[in-house]
Design a protein around this ligand. Structure first.
Ligand code: PAZ
Length: 333
């Protein structure tokens, strides 16, 4: 692929006119509409949690793609704490990234096969579910039962209450079309809607018309790709799609000195509620909440949230603080 053309900065409208919408968007929108209507009737606040990284395909018949770092830990963990706090959650995640509840038994850190064992089935119960013909059944190791039971109880309670809707995306196009559609469906929720945008979204994309149709061949030696900038989506989210929603974005940096300046810059540009800054290597131990504050000399207020001793997940502290902030916002303070 050559770099013959200049990179272009597209507006959000141009982007949505130019790029293909995901094939299942209408079905997803119908699910979101029904979910939002139900939660509104029940008087529950609703949070959209985005989670995981987006891909940028390099070919139309995609073999290769650029990916964004993110396992989906922040999003999946936060979703659980929002549910505990009484929120309904639209969990919009990268396909195959971590999900609430099942994340506790992730295939890489805690593979579920490792805590199952084969044992004899109960002879008094000939039709015991899960038993095989030769009198064996699957059992959970005693050491794991407490943890599994606790997670399973929470998972079943959420399923019974119908307070979580899961949607998945893969590419940056999927993500942006879905974000716009979900936000528009959440508009009637007004101030009771929160947007918690923890997904790691590509800043660059390759417009469909510039994409090779078939697998890029290696014959020419090196590969040069020039990508265009993904339009800044926080602005239309804040101005047009969800004007009353409580919008929280994330800023990930690897240079800690950039964290606060970049978070402030985002607030200046998009004028949303809050930016949560996190450093790649410290993100599980500390994050910084950056807000506008006209009463302070700098015009901003920063507060660090740190993982307390003896606790496992910083998201517990983050969501506690966010729920308080959102409550104040819902009550017009
Ligand atoms: O998913 P994860 O727990 O591995 O990482 C979370 C995160 C660092 C992607 C998230 O906290 C974040 O900062 N998201 C926004 C990234 C960005 O600046 O685009």
């Amino acid at each position: 692929m050559s770099n013959a053309s200049q990179p272009t900065v597209f507006s959000a409208e141009q982007y949505f006119r130019m790029q293909p919408a995901p094939a299942t968007l209408d079905q997803d929108v119908a699910k979101v509409r029904a979910f939002v209507t139900r939660q509104k009737k029940d008087g529950r606040p609703v949070v959209l949690v985005t989670s995981g990284g987006t891909t940028v395909p390099l070919e139309r018949n995609v073999v290769r793609f650029l990916d964004n770092f993110s396992a989906g830990t922040r999003g999946a963990t936060s979703a659980e704490y929002f549910l505990q706090a009484g929120y309904a959650v639209i969990f919009m995640h990268r396909q195959f990234s971590l999900q609430p509840f099942s994340r506790h038994f992730s295939h890489s850190t805690n593979p579920f096969l490792d805590f199952l064992e084969i044992g004899p089935s109960n002879p008094m119960s000939p039709i015991e579910p899960g038993s095989s013909d030769d009198g064996e059944t699957v059992k959970v190791l005693p050491s794991m039962r407490r943890e599994l039971l606790s997670v399973l109880r929470q998972y079943h309670a959420v399923q019974r209450a119908g307070t979580m809707l899961t949607l998945s995306f893969v590419t940056v196009d999927d993500y942006l079309f879905m974000l716009r559609a979900v936000a528009q469906e959440m508009e009637p929720l007004g101030r009771t809607a929160m947007f918690y945008l923890a997904a790691a979204v590509s800043d660059f994309f390759l417009p469909t018309q510039k994409m090779a149709e078939h697998k890029i061949q290696s014959g020419k030696g090196s590969l040069q790709i020039e990508m265009d900038q993904v339009p800044k989506i926080l602005k239309p989210l804040r101005d047009d799609w969800a004007s009353e929603g409580f919008i929280v974005s994330f800023k990930l940096e690897t240079d800690p000195n950039l964290l606060i300046p970049k978070a402030r810059q985002a607030l200046e540009r998009y004028d949303h509620k809050l930016v949560i800054g996190n450093d790649l290597n410290r993100r599980k131990f500390e994050v910084v909440f950056v807000e506008k504050d006209p009463t302070s000399k700098s015009g901003y207020q920063e507060s660090w949230v740190r993982l307390p001793e003896g606790k496992q997940e910083i998201e517990e502290e983050m969501i506690k603080k966010l729920v308080e902030m959102h409550e104040q916002y819902m009550h017009g303070r």
